[in-house]
Every structure is written in structure tokens, then in C-alpha cells.
Write a protein that binds this ligand. Structure first.
Ligand code: HEC
Ligand code: HEC
Length: 186
């Protein structure tokens, strides 16, 4: 084979290789995203994580529809936020509000968020995630003693006490572990 042909063959081989590698990489990324989008988008905003994670689990915006966040995240409402004062300066409030609204359940393509959006479709604006019909249905069979009566849980609002990967937005049954009730699903 002439030198030129050899060089040509090499270039073709290299091109095919990198195209293959790229396809594989894209497939990997697609697969990861496909898996991820089954759940709820994790919180990426540091300010939201810090400010809204101070008193409780920093609920992902994809757990409530936009209408709910509009009702919850304004100066008036936050003065009496479930009995607590959770006021913020204007800049912080604006940033948190915008982040929540942009990532609200009805704007998300993550599967669980879609279900929450559907479960609140008729103009409902629940102020609690635990009042979303889809969420209530998923927990209706858990005995009170494992939730309110459980000193390490206390309330269904404490998602991360039982959902071991809640901070990643993962609420799958397989990742549930109820404190003090290792055999809850027997
Ligand atoms: C000063 C403490 C405090 C801060 C800061 C705070 N919260 Fe809360 N939040 C509470 C309390 C108390 C409750 C009621 C918890 C309960 O009933 O178990 C609550 C409940 C909630 C609920 C309802 C949960 C449910 O389904 O029962 C949502 C949603 C919520 N907070 C969102 C936020 C967001 C978003 C932020 C950030 C802007 C925030 N909170 C900051 C104290 C706080
Ligand atoms: C007392 C523990 C506990 C707490 C607190 C809790 N959950 Fe759950 N959750 C469970 C259990 C147990 C299941 C699975 C029920 C079953 O197997 O049918 C579940 C199921 C779910 C599912 C459905 C999972 C699936 O694979 O279909 C979602 C979504 C969910 N929880 C979200 C939440 C959110 C959001 C919060 C907080 C607002 C929360 N949970 C608080 C115990 C808990």
C-alpha cells in the first residue's frame, strides 16, 4: 500500500473511532438523563439550598406547582410561614422565588413532577407537598406510629427521614428506609 493510502486508512479509522466514542458517550448521557428524569430535579441553586434548608429539608421546587410557590414565596406569606417567621431580604426573596417558579412541577419534564402537576391540575394550589393528592395517595397506608408517633420522623413533611436519597430528588420505593421500622414493608 502506498504511504498516502496508509495515511488515509489511518485517518478513516481514527474518525470512525472517535465517532463511535462520541456516540457511546451520548448514549451514556442519554441513559443517565433518562434515569434521572424519572424522579424530581435536584436543587442546584446554592442560595435556595441554604435558605430553605435551614429549618427543614430543602423541598425541590418540582414538588409543587407554580401557583403554590406564588402563594408561599412572598414577603407577606413568609412572615407567617406555617407559624414561623421565614422573612428574607428582597434580593434573596426574589432569587428564591424565581428559582422555585422556574422549576415548579408544572414546568418540569421530570416524571414525578409531571404527576404532581397532574394531581393539582384543576386550579388547586396546595401550600403543602403533603397535601398534594399524588403524595397523599402514596403514603396513605403507612401507619401513624411510623410517622407522627416515630420519634425519629415526627411528621410526613420530613421527607428525608425516610427517603434516603431525597436530597438527590429520588423518592423511589426502593430507597425508602423508615427509622426504627427496618421491616416496614413486610
Ligand atoms: C424559620 C424556619 C423556616 C424556614 C427558613 C423555611 N421554612 Fe418552610 N417550613 C417551616 C415550618 C415550621 C414548616 C411546617 C413543618 C411541619 O408542619 O412539619 C414548614 C413547611 C414548609 C412547606 C410545607 C411542607 C409540607 O408539605 O408539609 C414548604 C413547601 C416549605 N416549608 C417551603 C419552604 C421554602 C421554599 C423555604 C425557603 C424560602 C422555607 N420553607 C424556609 C419553617 C421554615
Ligand atoms: C415515614 C416515612 C416517610 C416520610 C416522612 C415520607 N415518605 Fe414518601 N414514602 C414512604 C414510603 C414507605 C413509601 C412507599 C410506599 C409504598 O411502598 O407503597 C413512600 C413513597 C413515596 C413516593 C412514591 C415512590 C414510588 O416509587 O412510587 C413519593 C414520590 C414520596 N414518597 C415522596 C415523599 C415526599 C415528597 C415526602 C416529604 C414531603 C415524603 N415522601 C415523606 C415513606 C415516607
Amino acid at each position: 500500500m502506498s504511504k498516502i493510502l496508509k495515511a488515509g486508512a489511518l485517518v478513516v479509522a481514527l474518525l470512525m473511532n472517535s465517532a463511535y466514542a462520541r456516540a457511546e458517550e451520548n448514549f451514556g448521557r442519554w441513559l443517565i438523563n433518562f434515569q434521572r428524569t424519572k424522579e424530581v430535579k435536584p436543587v442546584t441553586d446554592k442560595r435556595y439550598l441554604k435558605e430553605c434548608g435551614e429549618c427543614h429539608f430543602a423541598y425541590q421546587p418540582g414538588l409543587l406547582p407554580e401557583r403554590s410557590w406564588e402563594k408561599l414565596l412572598n414577603a407577606g406569606a413568609l412572615k407567617n410561614h406555617f407559624g414561623d417567621n421565614a422573612e428574607f431580604d428582597n434580593d434573596t426573596l426574589q432569587a428564591i422565588h424565581d428559582y422555585a417558579v422556574e422549576n415548579a412541577a408544572d414546568k418540569s419534564f421530570y416524571k414525578r413532577s409531571r404527576k404532581i402537576a397532574l394531581a393539582t391540575a384543576v386550579g388547586e394550589a396546595p401550600l403543602r407537598i403533603t397535601e398534594v393528592r399524588y403524595i397523599m395517595r402514596k403514603h396513605k397506608d403507612i401507619p401513624e406510629k411510623m410517622v407522627k408517633g416515630n420519634k425519629d420522623v415526627k411528621s410526613l413533611s420530613n421527607c428525608n427521614k425516610c427517603h434516603t436519597q431525597a436530597d438527590k430528588g429520588i423518592f423511589d420505593n426502593d430507597t425508602v428506609s423508615i427509622p426504627n421500622y427496618p421491616d416496614w414493608d413486610d
